[in-house]
Design a binder for this molecule. Structure first.
Ligand SMILES: *Cc1c(COP(=O)(O)O)cnc(C)c1O
Length: 400
């Protein structure tokens, strides 16, 4: 079978809920992926930051194989010898007291919402079912009905109501709007430290600190969705740490498993996370021994192999090199660490045609929100690979 045959199968039998670039990948190693015609590409998407550790990291693979040969699933009806160690290592690394494991990012977001509501009724003393959570324009937190209820992206919502109440939405990065939005029923502010899906949108400097301070002042929980920005992506373990901010709850997913397996988690201290009682929340696969073993190895290599520091250094270099490319199309290059957005001018004809041209140059990147090309390669990318990429991005940003 060749590229077109695989594409035809997907088109015929699969629901068309994505619009992928027409490259059919069959193998990955580090920052590189290979298609079925043996072309090699530099992966600048990293599965939306699920592959911070690179493709098929050998140590995570070894941990997964070892665990898969022993026991994969116990359900939480029984205990297993990986979960406790995963909790401990994740908590020690992150500086939180407790964790709750789920599978996908969206499930972890739902979990954080439930925990925050429980806290509001049991600790804050709010009247039942009055809880309101403040969210931001341009947010992306996943695809469940509740989560799309507070999205302002028409495409995500249009045909999927009725929606879940209990959310308001304000402009991202606007401190005044935040203060005005907080009222007696506000229980939490749910924020992405950088809005990845919205096009690598960075809030003004100091905004995360403003959110933290407002939350503390009004007795409201700050919930950071670090599913895309966390685990080293921006050059720190969590993007909130760039402003010295410690949220009450942190949501992780994606790179928590180094791309091997869906693993997500909510982190928080005992006064919040300790409120859940048996039976109130759960997941058949959440916290299974295979997930826990894979996540433990994923965290270990992130730290041991210095990937977070590398993201800071190589990311800054990548941003500088991109910014130096003269181009009639580029409006702005922005980002932190290895989460980088190149915003194109409106007249450039949209980011997708640039992503197709990049693919022809053996670089895989994805357009996000029409006019932004996101560059988010694995955190193990070195400067030589950035140099290699820049030579190929240069002509694309100057094509006819
Ligand atoms: C990817 C993502 C999610 C959803 O994660 P899934 O695993 O796709 O459910 C939520 N929030 C952010 C910021 C994300 O990038």
């Amino acid at each position: 079978m060749q590229t077109q045959d695989y594409i035809d199968l997907e088109e015929q039998y699969g629901a068309h809920n994505y619009h992928p670039l027409d490259v059919v990948l069959t193998r990955g190693e580090g920052v590189w992926v290979y298609d079925v015609e043996s072309n090699r590409y530099f992966d600048c998407l990293s599965a939306y930051s699920a592959l911070n550790q690179g493709h098929v990291h050998p140590k995570i693979l070894a941990a997964m194989l070892e665990q898969a040969g022993r026991i994969t699933l116990t359900s939480r009806a029984f205990r297993n010898d990986q979960l406790g160690l995963f909790y401990k290592e994740l908590c020690e690394l992150s500086g939180y007291e407790m964790a709750l494991p789920m599978n996908t990012g969206a499930e972890a977001v739902e979990t954080a919402i439930k925990v925050a509501r429980k806290w509001a009724y049991r600790v804050k003393g709010l009247k039942r079912y009055k809880a309101e959570i403040i969210t931001f324009n341009g947010n992306f937190h996943g695809r469940t009905v509740t989560i799309v209820s507070f999205s302002n992206e028409e495409l995500y919502r249009e045909d999927f109501g009725p929606f879940t109440p209990g959310f308001t939405r304000i402009p991202y990065g606007d401190p005044q709007a935040l203060i005005e939005a907080i009222n007696v029923n506000t229980i939490a502010v749910l924020i992405e430290p950088i809005q990845g899906e919205a096009g690598v949108i960075m809030p003004p400097a100091g905004f995360l600190k403003t959110v933290r301070d407002a939350c503390t002042r009004y007795g409201v929980l700050m919930i950071a969705d670090e599913i895309q920005t966390g685990l080293g992506r921006t050059g720190k373990l969590f993007a909130c740490q760039h402003e010295g901010v410690r949220p009450d709850l942190v949501i992780l997913g994606k790179a928590l498993s180094g791309g091997f397996y869906p693993v997500s988690a909510v982190l928080g201290d005992r006064n919040i996370m300790g409120l859940l009682r048996p039976g109130e929340h759960g997941s058949t696969f959440g916290g299974n021994p295979l997930a826990a073993a894979v996540a433990r190895a994923s965290l270990r290599v992130l730290v041991e192999e210095n990937m977070i520091q590398n993201a800071a250094e190589v990311g800054q270099y990548f941003i500088e090199q991109l910014a130096e490319i003269p181009s009639p199309y580029v409006k702005e290059v922005r980002g932190k660490g290895l989460l980088i957005g190149v915003e194109l001018k409106v007249g450039a004809g949209g980011a997708r045609r640039f992503c197709k041209a990049l693919m022809a140059q053996k670089i895989l990147a994805k357009d996000t929100h029409e006019h932004v090309i996101r560059f988010a390669p694995p955190l193990i990318t070195d400067k030589a690979t950035v140099d290699w990429a820049i030579e190929r991005i240069r002509p694309v940003l100057n094509m006819g």
